[in-house]
Design a protein around this ligand. Structure first.
Ligand code: DX5
Ligand code: ZN
Length: 219
């Protein structure tokens, strides 16, 4: 089997926000191409983080691919602001209150790539009708809300099934995994079929981020 290219998407939630500019430069210097931005509204997830203005500020600092994860109950009313702020990919949740298919179509209409995410308790069947409308599936391996939680193996077990569903569509859809990914479990997540690994604490709080990247990308 040919080796897939795996990307790391460092989650800014795990960075030192007082030194964010330097943290982004470190990510760039490690040869990483993505940056994961967790936006939370205090309703969909029990935490509040940041919004489109923050994404715009980061866009001015970097050419990294801005992987914008919206943990919002009503994402539809904000996607235009995120698109204008410079998001490259906007991922919304299948569990959100807005109709997910319509939201994905609206994201594409704004000229931005669209992703769909499922929470740990959501079955993969929720993706069936959404796959034709998206470019990426984000598999949550923790409950949305906070960095630094432990990766759930029952969620990793969903990945091979999602991979099969994607193959049946004949479309090129990436699988991204979010929550508790670390150097110690990355190979398992990649073997299960992930293309993109979100890493917050596992990268920014690591003693030697460079060796984390080398071991994960070389995994
Ligand atoms: C959880 C967020 C994750 C989180 C990942 O709500 O979506 O992106 O920041 O952080 P770690 O890698 O520390 O679990
Ligand atoms: Zn996330």
């Amino acid at each position: 089997m040919s080796k897939r290219i795996v990307e790391i998407s460092p989650s800014v939630l795990g960075a030192d926000l007082m030194r964010l500019g330097e943290e982004i430069k470190m990510v760039e210097s490690l040869g990483i191409h993505w940056l994961h931005l967790d936006n939370m509204d205090g309703h969909f997830a029990p935490n509040i983080s940041f919004g489109p203005d923050f994404v715009r500020a980061i866009r001015k600092q970097t050419n990294l691919f801005l992987d914008t994860h919206l943990m919002l109950s009503r994402p539809m009313q904000y996607i235009e602001a995120y698109a204008k702020a410079g998001a490259d990919l906007i991922t919304v949740h299948a569990e959100a209150e807005d109709n997910c298919a319509e939201t994905l179509e609206a994201i594409h209409a704004l000229g931005v790539r669209a992703g769909v995410s499922i929470n740990p308790e959501t079955p993969v069947s929720a993706l069936e009708l959404l796959l034709p409308l998206c470019d990426l599936v984000l598999v949550m391996t923790v409950k949305p809300g906070f960095g630094g939680q432990t990766l759930r193996e029952d969620c990793v077990a969903k990945i091979p099934e999602i991979r099969k569903m994607i193959e049946r569509t004949g479309r090129d859809i990436l699988i991204e995994v979010d929550g508790g990914v670390k150097q110690s479990n990355a190979a398992r997540v990649i073997d299960a079929g992930a293309d993109v690994l979100v890493m917050g604490t596992g990268l920014f709080r690591a003693e030697d981020p460079k060796s984390v990247v080398q071991s994960v990308m070389g995994a």
